[in-house]
Ligand binder design. Structure first.
Ligand code: AMP
Length: 281
């Protein structure tokens, strides 16, 4: 694996790979890597491909400065994991490499409803920040294949919208969520949980599993209210727990028995905000 910090060096390596007839597959991350990230790396690897992983804690996607300050950094361990996981190039840029000081002012992307609902509503500016960094990274890396996690369901929809808006020649592959044995979705933020919070954190996937198991045609409010009780019983303070159309994220109150659904939740366990989702049918 080679580690590169400068865009020009990365471009040189990628140009060489293209001449050799290799496709570029790309896994963007914010580091503090876990098995979930490695599963993306595994999906990204393949014959005649060069696999690029980026680690960049993007300041512009944190609506809460304290969350940015406390975001875990485990770079030495990350490098070891990537080396043994089959990464070819680790791109590790500094902030002013991605956002040069004299750059033109950021343009807003038209994300429509995606920016007004769920994560968009609870984290104002978050998805503009995600688009800003993904626009930069996709312009630099120009991958044929991009690998992201279903764990961030709405983020995948936003990035697909960005690819459409900017007409990038990139296909997004959405990979399944890896979970701990008790069901908790793996996340870099889990490291910040105390022992007791970690035990309670199972409540989020338990609430989503409850909705999935009890899904019936007709009104869903009773099921969702019981799932909210599960969150409260596990000391969670929810931002939202809802069932939506899997393609549009429009809330579904009455299910017709055929519409594709996803249940999504975001909740605070102590000071740590966790998100998770499950496709229901
Ligand atoms: P992050 O470092 O949190 O920005 O995540 C980088 C990528 O890893 C994103 O595409 C995430 O959706 C994905 N990811 C995070 N957690 C998981 C998980 N538990 N399983 C699979 N992919 C994940």
């Amino acid at each position: 694996m080679i580690l590169l910090k400068k865009i020009n060096d990365l471009k040189t390596v990628l140009d060489r790979a293209t001449i050799e007839g290799k496709d570029v597959s790309f896994v963007p991350t914010m580091g503090a890597l876990h098995e979930g990230h490695l599963s993306l790396l595994k999906a990204a690897a393949g014959a005649s491909r060069i696999v690029v992983v980026s680690i960049f804690v993007n300041p512009s996607q944190f609506n809460d400065p304290a969350d940015f300050e406390k975001y875990p950094v485990t770079i030495e361990k990350d490098i070891t994991m990537l080396e043994s996981g089959g990464c070819d190039v680790l791109f590790l840029p500094a902030v002013d490499e991605i956002y040069p000081r004299n750059r033109p002012e950021a343009v807003a992307f038209d994300l429509g409803f995606l920016e007004r609902t769920l994560e968009g509503a609870f984290r104002p500016g978050h998805f503009q920040g995600v688009c800003q960094v993904m626009d930069r990274l996709l312009s630099i890396v120009q991958p044929q294949m991009l690998f992201m996690g279903q764990k961030d369901y709405q983020q995948c929809m936003v990035v697909n919208r960005l690819i459409e808006i900017r007409k990038f020649d990139t296909i997004l592959y959405t990979c399944p969520t890896l979970r701990e044995t008790d069901g908790l979705a793996m996340s870099s933020r889990n490291m910040r949980l105390s022992e007791e919070e970690r035990k309670n954190a199972v409540g989020l996937s338990a609430a989503l599993s409850f909705i999935k198991k009890n899904l019936r045609q007709g009104n869903l409010s009773d099921t969702i209210s019981k799932a909210l009780d599960i969150l409260h019983d596990h000391q969670f303070k929810p931002d939202y727990l809802t069932v939506t159309d899997a393609k549009t994220l429009e809330q579904v109150k009455d299910w017709d028995g055929t519409q594709m659904l996803v249940a999504l939740g975001a909740a605070f366990q102590g000071e740590v905000r966790l998100i998770d989702n499950m496709v229901l049918n």
